[in-house]
Design a protein around this ligand. Structure first.
Ligand SMILES: N[C@H](CCC[C@H](N)C(=O)O)C(=O)O
Length: 259
């Protein structure tokens, strides 16, 4: 199958973007793996297929490189930018994803995309750690040591396959607090089965939980290995609403591939 694609990245989390609006794109696990392979393929953490959806500007179908599906926050920003590249020009984008409806807008000054994430109704405590779903399942651990030296892969993989998050598993986020409104986050991603340079739903989960006693509106600045992001939200009791994941999304190159 010959596929035209665009390679996008959102703070270093990278995706093969495919326009599936006029043509049904059905990829096998082997084809997904090949496209994401960093030596034998294009190289990406996952694939995003844009589809038509009645009542929405588009539907975003995110596939991890192991073939599993989930919502993807960085991917959602890239999908909006890709839709604009395809000629869907809107002030506000309404799209459908595996976890429901999302609204997004492009800030033409900063060129950041502000993506509304679905509400988070509860956070589960696991010892001093947190478990929550921000469109995909997340485990959040706040660390005291130097996060740049931390064994993210080993520790992350161990938690990802632990009973604490069985049977679906979870993405695992390690958080170093910088200040009362800034954190540094590194993430082991389920479905990629490695650390990624950033994880959108992950930094959202980290921002919501690193200060358990906040109330009302917060804007948290997040540093990742792949770049900077900001997360806004309103907290009341253990519920989070008006969650916005704000950050860049850029096209790296366009191409054609046989897979
Ligand atoms: N690997 C995640 C989905 C992608 C999450 C991440 N890329 C993001 O930006 O939210 C999972 O299967 O739960």
């Amino acid at each position: 199958m010959t596929i035209n694609f665009s390679k996008y990245q959102g703070t270093g989390n990278d995706f093969v973007m495919i326009d599936g609006r006029e043509r049904e794109i059905a990829l096998s696990k082997e084809q997904v793996s090949k496209l994401c392979d960093r030596k034998f393929g294009i190289g990406a953490d996952g694939i995003i297929i844009l589809k038509n959806k009645d009542g929405y500007d588009f539907e975003m179908d995110y596939i991890n490189r192991d073939g599993s599906r989930s919502m993807c926050g960085n991917g959602g920003r890239c999908a909006v930018q890709f839709a604009r590249q395809l000629g869907i020009q809107k002030q506000e984008y309404h799209f459908w994803a595996i976890d429901g409806e999302h609204i997004a807008a492009i800030d033409h000054e900063t060129r950041w995309i502000n993506l509304k994430m679905n509400d988070v109704e509860s956070v589960k405590n696991a010892g001093n750690d947190f478990i929550l779903d921000t469109g995909s399942p997340h485990y959040v651990r706040i660390v005291e040591e130097d996060l740049r030296q931390y064994k993210v892969f080993d520790e992350g993989r161990s938690i990802r396959y632990s009973d604490a998050v069985a049977p679906e598993g979870a993405n695992v986020n390690f958080v170093k607090v910088i200040s009362d409104n800034a954190i540094f986050v590194r993430t082991y991603e389920r479905g990629v089965e490695d650390e990624t340079l950033s994880c959108g739903t992950g930094v959202t989960a980290a921002a919501l939980t690193f200060q358990p006693h906040t109330k009302g509106f917060s804007r948290v600045y997040v540093e990742t290995l792949g770049g900077s992001l900001a997360i806004e939200f309103v907290k009341s009791d253990n519920r989070f609403t008006n969650i916005r994941l704000c950050g860049p999304a850029e096209c790296v190159f366009n191409g054609t591939i046989n897979v």
